[in-house]
Ligand binder design. Structure first.
Ligand code: HEC
Ligand code: HEC
Length: 321
């Protein structure tokens, strides 16, 4: 294939795909631009665990009335986020927060917007039992899985001791680790292909790194410092949500939420932990005004002086990720 045709194909493919197809191979051979992923030592992840996790992720059997799967709220065509502000679980119950993108969560140091869950294994059973999400006690989920031959068989293939709570968590976590996004035009650009980014996207990258100061919290290559900041999102009628402080009990953590990674953004609207910003232009306008008022607003935030062109270019860069 000549270079031009190769490039046309590549443009077509990246225009459609929010991320690489989830794969077990990504755990040990991540796409260009991503660092090596730290993996659990025991049990070491296997292809059989990944395959089982993938089947379970898409199966509504893990919800009380068998209508909701993980994929209902974390849609692949939506960068594994939800298109709804606050997604609906079993019986139309609404989750309290926006369902974030699951891209590159295998790199996460904590899970949830407030970081209250330490690992993927610890977290992935929570949506199953959560009455606003899948509303099925984990013990009932295990009974169902033992009774379904295809799942029971897949469990025995992946684990010597078959269906149990730890193995359910391991399988789901192994699949989530395989959901990655790298090899964006940005990564090609860094690898030396200057024209991988359009002139507008290059100008946007410059705003991101200079007067926008976005990189201070959205640190490449994952575009997150995995830390917690008060940006003023979640202040309703003058009252701020506790955010991370509800978990740590520290007053300094009041209103702080985790910095999300920015890859796959073009597909994952709406934005922020409450889904309150509908478009990337809204996000940029939010940062231009220096965030929303908050008594403990992060010191890295301040009103920005960006021209109309700066704002458009910044959005173009964010969309390219
Ligand atoms: C009803 C919608 C819903 C369903 C179903 C659901 N989730 Fe979520 N998910 C959410 C919401 C909302 C959050 C944010 C929770 C928070 O921060 O408190 C979340 C957060 C996460 C996170 C943490 C991401 C991060 O950035 O920290 C992971 C991982 C995750 N979900 C995986 C799963 C898996 C695996 C399943 C299936 C067992 C699942 N989810 C089912 C709505 C859902
Ligand atoms: C002080 C640290 C900090 C700085 C600086 C910062 N951000 Fe953020 N960003 C955050 C945090 C924290 C959130 C999540 C806030 C929430 O939902 O409560 C966030 C959320 C976002 C989101 C939403 C992502 C999603 O999946 O919902 C986008 C997009 C974003 N920031 C872009 C930017 C851009 C562009 C800049 C520069 C103009 C910037 N950020 C500067 C910390 C920061």
């Amino acid at each position: 294939m000549n270079w031009r045709r190769g490039r046309a194909w590549w443009l077509l493919a990246t225009a459609w795909l929010p991320a690489q197809e989830p794969a077990f191979a990504h755990l040990t051979a991540p796409p260009r631009g991503l660092p090596a992923m730290a993996l659990p030592a025991a049990p070491a992840p296997t292809q059989a665990m990944f395959d089982l996790g993938k089947a379970l992720f898409h199966d509504p059997i893990l919800s009380l009335d068998k209508t909701v799967s993980c994929h209902t709220c974390h849609r692949q065509d939506h960068a594994f986020a939800s298109p709804e502000r606050l997604p609906r679980g079993v019986g139309g119950q609404q989750a309290r927060r926006h369902a974030p993108s699951l891209l590159n969560r295998g790199y996460g140091k904590t899970q949830r917007w407030d970081g209250s869950s330490p690992t993927l294994e610890a977290f992935v059973l929570e949506p199953i039992a959560d009455p606003r999400e899948m509303a099925l006690p984990v013990e009932h989920a295990l009974q169902r899985l033992r009774a379904e031959e295809r799942h029971a068989t897949a469990f025995s293939k992946a684990f010597p001791d078959g269906v149990n709570q730890d193995n359910l968590a391991t399988a789901l976590a192994t699949f989530v680790r395989g959901i990655v996004a790298g090899d964006a035009p940005y990564d090609e650009f860094l690898a030396g292909r200057h024209d991988a980014l359009t002139p507008a996207q290059r100008a946007g990258l410059w705003v991101f790194e200079s007067k926008g100061a976005c990189w201070k919290c959205h640190t490449p290559p994952l575009f997150t410092d995995e830390d917690f900041h008060a940006t003023g999102i979640g202040v309703v009628d003058g009252t701020a949500e506790p955010g991370r402080a509800a978990h740590t009990g520290k007053p300094a953590d009041h209103g702080r939420f985790k910095t999300p990674g920015l890859r796959g953004l073009r597909h994952s609207a709406p934005y922020m932990h409450d889904g309150s910003l509908a478009t990337l232009a809204d996000v940029v306008a939010f940062y231009v005004r220096g965030g929303n008022p908050h008594p403990q607003l992060d010191r890295k935030l301040a009103p920005l002086t960006l021209t109309e062109a700066d704002r458009l270019n910044l959005v173009a860069f964010l969309e390219s990720l």
